[in-house]
Design a protein around this ligand. Structure first.
Ligand code: AP5
Length: 223
């Protein structure tokens, strides 16, 4: 099974992706997390990506596609894949549609998360992240000890691209460059599954499992 998590910044893709990985054992390929890891490691990719990410712009398609290809090649043939934050342009979707058949796969479904800008901005302003990629929220999902990751004990940070001006730009970029993917997938056999994301995490999780079960027959304990 190959499923894409699609939706604007802060809508809960990473949160629900993590819950799905825990529930189903799928492999999550999250391009934002991979880029942040590359930045921390100081790789050439990380250095190149930094200026785009900090400005709220998309990293060029060729860099992203090469990074995803490398991760796909390392997966076993029966691995179910959850893409989070990829594809993000029609050109990336076209590249993915060319890559997957090489490993006998295709995109089965797109979980399309939606929420108002007001909800997105509040969630992003309260987000705190660990260096390992675990995500908290000071309003909705705080850590047990303020500023410290429950799991690793690392200090939590406010992402550089979560500052208000950059968030406004990320929302514009989403509408201009990523939202057209909805029509792209609606014109293919891929199932597009809208999920209202403006509810508590447990309710959004229930909606995700229900959508996967109804559209793709994925059985989970929560469906
Ligand atoms: P990326 O890291 O992918 O960021 P994003 O898509 O903007 O998404 P976010 O991580 O902001 O939000 P999310 O939907 O995962 O929400 P989360 O679960 O954290 O990309 C960052 C940058 O990298 C891009 O701007 C670009 O520069 C570059 N990039 C990445 N991929 C690329 C690509 N394919 N092509 C080109 N460039 C690329 O939740 C948000 C907060 O809300 C958290 O605090 C969470 O705890 C809380 N929360 C979640 N759900 C709920 C709920 N139901 N109720 C209350 N709070 C909730």
């Amino acid at each position: 099974m190959v499923v894409i998590l699609l939706g604007p910044p802060g809508v809960g893709k990473g949160t629900q992706g993590g819950l799905l990985v825990d529930a189903l054992g799928w492999v999550r390929i999250a391009t934002g997390d991979l880029l942040r890891a590359a930045r921390r490691d100081g790789t050439a990719l990380g250095q190149e990506a930094q200026r785009y990410m900090d400005a709220g712009e998309l990293v060029p398609d060729d860099l992203i596609v090469a990074m995803v290809r490398e991760h796909l090649e390392a997966l076993g043939p029966d691995t179910s894949i959850l893409f989070d934050g990829f594809p993000r342009t029609v050109a990336q979707a076209v590249s993915l549609d060319a890559m997957l058949p090489e490993i006998g796969r295709r995109v089965d479904g797109v979980l399309l998360f939606e929420a108002s800008d007001e909800v997105l901005v509040k969630r992003i302003s309260g987000r705190r992240s660990s260096p390992e990629g675990r995500v908290y929220n000071i309003h909705f999902d705080p850590p047990k000890v303020e500023g410290i990751c429950d799991v690793s004990g690392s200090p939590l940070v406010h992402r550089a691209d979560d500052h208000p001006d950059t968030v406004v730009r990320r929302l514009e970029v989403y509408r201009a460059q990523t939202a057209p993917l909805v029509s792209y997938y609606e014109a293919t056999p891929t199932r597009v599954m809208p999920v209202a994301g403006d509810a508590p995490m447990s309710e959004v999780r229930r909606r995700v499992h229900e959508a996967l079960q109804e559209a793709l027959g994925v059985e989970t304990e929560a469906s």
